[in-house]
Design a protein around this ligand. Structure first.
Ligand SMILES: NC(=O)c1ccc[n+]([C@@H]2O[C@H](COP(=O)([O-])OP(=O)(O)OC[C@H]3O[C@@H](n4cnc5c(N)ncnc54)[C@H](OP(=O)(O)O)[C@@H]3O)[C@@H](O)[C@H]2O)c1
Length: 275
């Protein structure tokens, strides 16, 4: 099992390709010869990434889509087929995090998080996988997070969403063994992208609460993800400190770990009365 070779009739579909890790993954795949189909809501940003890909000698199409919208998701693969290509590489990368105590959360935003971070991954994967297994070729990269390795008070819904993505992807990797389809969960630690601001963290909070050694750049994360996919790795955690953390987190009793995370989480510290 490996990354399918690029061909004129195939493409890599990357969700959340308008910025950060998704844009970096699209650039990485284009550098390796794949035509890329870029999906996110912001058409202008998608076009900027597509222009960069084309300027570097690649081929890119943009399909602006709101992945929280079930009907829009349902027609996405048909829109790719209308471009005259089959999706050989599917990258479910789009995602965001709500932060703060669930007791203060906005219900619509929490449900949108489930739609984009969980339902969209399940939806696109379930629509794509039958064709890929019939063709006997394909690669699926689902972007989870190191947050998937333990519950995360302060980002409860996001942690649970990424735990879903990790568990789902590991199970799919076992199901697809021997079919010619390769499946990888990419679990980045902290990456300096639009994610930090979208989650409502200040720069100071983000960098003050996570050691510098754990931060990995978006291009390095993208390269590790695509290398892992090409090598048939089921789980990829970029950066040695993040790999150590991901190994240790499940071993620490949750009764000890979760209060520590709750005490240190900036979005929980904000509203906490001082005594
Ligand atoms: N940055 C980190 O520290 C970090 C760590 C671990 C895992 N991750 C994961 O990595 C992935 C990429 O995040 P990032 O760091 O690159 O953040 P980012 O720069 O904020 O990118 C998020 C991407 O998701 C897209 N997106 C959000 N909501 C969408 C929707 N409703 N429909 C379609 N696209 C949507 C955004 O595009 P539009 O706004 O244009 O729609 C954007 O392209 C996410 O799954 C995130 O959970 C990030």
């Amino acid at each position: 099992m490996t990354l399918p070779a690029p061909s004129p009739s195939t493409a890599a579909l990357v969700t959340g390709a308008s910025s950060g890790i998704g844009a970096a993954i699209a650039r990485e795949l284009a550098t390796r010869g794949h035509r890329v189909v870029l999906v996110a809501r912001s058409e202008d940003k998608l076009r900027e990434v597509a222009d960069q890909v084309v300027a570097a000698g690649g081929t890119a199409d943009v399909l602006p889509t709101d992945l929280a919208d079930r009907a829009a998701r349902a027609e996405l693969l048909d829109r790719v087929a209308d471009l005259g290509v089959t999706v050989d590489v599917l990258v479910n990368n789009a995602g965001f995090s709500t932060t703060g105590p669930v007791a203060d959360a906005d219900v619509e935003r929490e449900l949108d998080q489930v739609e984009v971070d969980v339902a969209s991954v399940v939806d696109l994967t379930t629509r794509w996988l039958p064709g890929a297994t019939q063709r006997g070729r394909g690669a699926l990269l689902n972007v989870a997070s190191t947050i998937a390795f333990q519950p995360f008070p302060g980002q409860a819904g996001y942690g649970a969403a990424k735990a879903h993505v990790l568990s789902y992807t590991q199970a799919l990797a076992a199901e697809t063994k021997g079919t010619g389809v390769t499946v990888t969960a990419l679990c980045p630690g902290p990456v300096d992208t639009g994610f930090v601001a979208a989650a409502g963290f200040t720069e100071e909070e983000a960098h003050g609460s996570v050691p510098r050694a754990m931060w990995v750049s978006a291009p390095a994360v993208a390269r590790a993800g695509i290398d892992g996919l090409a090598k048939g790795r089921t789980v990829v955690v970029p950066g040695a400190p993040n790999r150590i953390g991901a190994m240790l987190a499940p071993l620490v009793p949750r009764s000890a770990l979760l209060p520590l995370i709750a005490r240190g989480h900036p979005a929980l510290r904000r509203g906490r009365p001082t005594r």
